[in-house]
Ligand binder design. Structure first.
Ligand code: LLP
Length: 417
């Protein structure tokens, strides 16, 4: 459920007509709904009632300070994968004590900063990382809190680019090698073992891969316990899918029921790292039809948004719904909705049955996750603004980038004499 609805023939975000937002900030633009973010956060929190837990929003899905701040105020923690994301969380008012740090290539500098601010846990993904972290913590006279991110070798049944839990993927520690790494962690002097974690992939539409992974990780935890290594939490990662078109992903409640069943007699706090499930359907990407181009073979709607703004269709062949903001009557045509970038792969949607006229506003739905965060300046296109709607008000939370910003850090060679 989200808060984007047609009212009086105009698509609204909560109580604000998207025509009004486009008028004020221009297009293309991202628009987020605070009420939807809140609803999705609560869906997790309510479903997990009774189980000690912490929802750690995956910052990579949407790192807007305004979005992070809305979630931090609800009590969210955060899953980060870089020093940059950590600074965003801190700036947005997130509590460092609710931060988990994932990722296969954390640098010593990033580790130092995370230790300095006191994050909850590092999700360690390899032996060399464990040693580096131990050394950094030792230099600082501290013990680094760790969990080992285990790669449980299950097929997440999702797009290969976003599957992470197979043994050929770069992520996590092979489940067969994890036990030995925990033993090593007990020998190193500057680590404190907190828990275990896994994350098998994103846009999961079935629970079975997730429950299979959880069972394997729990068996590992039992083995560790027998060796006297007690764990204080389990981090089950993110990955719950959303409905882009006709998928029927499990609801947070189904997901929580599976957790409840499998974790029944353990009193561990559960950490979750959802990104997409909270943010995707809380945002749209607004774009305007520049012109309609009809050829003998195809009808193109050329819009002002492009793959540099929203890359998911081009990169993963992802399907996101495209709807007119003010639907008009008339004869529909089957359009490829394309941007002005010089690549054939620059499309937002293909073969969409739409009634359009030049100048029409359209909304690409489900754009609140992996949208703006993946935007680039390809073709020297400034990135779009981000707007947050809250009831009947809207706020520009990130102004449109200007061409000058793109060249600000550049220089040319000295003039030759
Ligand atoms: N935790 C870890 C360790 C992750 O690697 C990810 C996502 C998440 C949590 C959050 O997963 P979510 O709940 O959002 O599925 N750009 C791609 C998605 C890449 C996901 C990478 N990792 C896309 O647009 O589909």
């Amino acid at each position: 459920m989200d808060h984007f609805d047609l009212r009086d023939g105009v698509l609204h975000c909560e109580l604000v007509p998207l025509t009004e937002v486009a008028e004020a900030v221009g297009t293309p633009a991202y628009v987020y709904s605070r009420a939807t973010l809140t609803r999705h956060y609560h869906a997790f929190a309510n479903a997990l009632e009774g189980i000690p837990h912490q929802v750690c929003f995956a910052v990579k899905a949407n790192s807007s300070l305004a979005v992070l701040n809305v979630l931090a105020r609800l009590g969210a923690g955060f899953d980060i994968v870089s020093g940059g994301e950590l600074e965003r969380v801190l700036r947005a008012g997130g509590e460092p004590g609710k931060v988990v740090f994932s990722g296969v290539g954390k640098t010593a500098g990033e580790m130092r900063r995370a230790l300095q601010v006191g994050i909850h846990c590092f999700n360690v993904e390899s032996g060399p990382e464990l040693e580096l972290l131990n050394a950094v913590a030792g230099d600082m006279g501290l013990r680094a809190p760790i969990a080992i991110r285990v790669n449980p070798d299950v097929d997440a049944e999702t797009h290969p680019y976003i599957a992470t839990g197979l043994r050929e993927n770069k992520f996590g520690v092979d489940i067969a090698a994890a036990h030995a790494l925990y033993l090593e962690a007990t020998r190193l002097g500057h680590l404190e073992i907190r828990g275990v974690g896994f994350h098998i992939g994103s846009q999961l539409t079935r629970l079975t891969p997730f429950t299979d992974a959880l069972r394997r990780v729990l068996a590992l935890a039992d083995d560790l316990e027998r060796d006297g290594i007690g764990l204080a939490h389990i981090d089950v990662g993110g990955g719950l899918g959303v409905r882009y078109r006709d998928e029927t992903p499990p609801e947070p409640a189904d997901y929580a029921a599976a957790l409840r069943e499998l974790l029944a007699d353990r009193n561990w706090p559960v950490l979750l790292e959802p990104g997409r499930a909270i943010a995707a359907n809380a945002g749209v990407f607004l774009t305007r039809v520049e012109l309609l181009k009809h050829t003998a073979h195809k009808d193109f709607a050329v819009v002002d948004g492009a793959m540099n703004d929203l890359i998911r269709p081009a990169l993963y062949g992802a399907w996101q719904e495209i709807v007119p903001v003010s639907p008009r009557n008339g004869e529909s045509r089957r359009y490829d909705v394309v941007g002005p970038v010089c690549e054939t792969g620059d499309f937002l949607g293909r073969e969409r049955e739409l009634v359009l006229a030049p100048g029409d506003l359209m909304a690409v739905r489900s754009a609140g996750a992996y949208g703006y965060v993946m935007a680039s300046n390809y073709n020297s296109r400034p990135r779009p603004p981000e707007v947050m709607v809250d009831g009947d008000r809207y706020y520009i939370v990130n102004r449109r980038e200007q061409v000058d910003h793109l060249m600000m850090r550049e220089s040319m060679l000295p003039v030759a004499d």
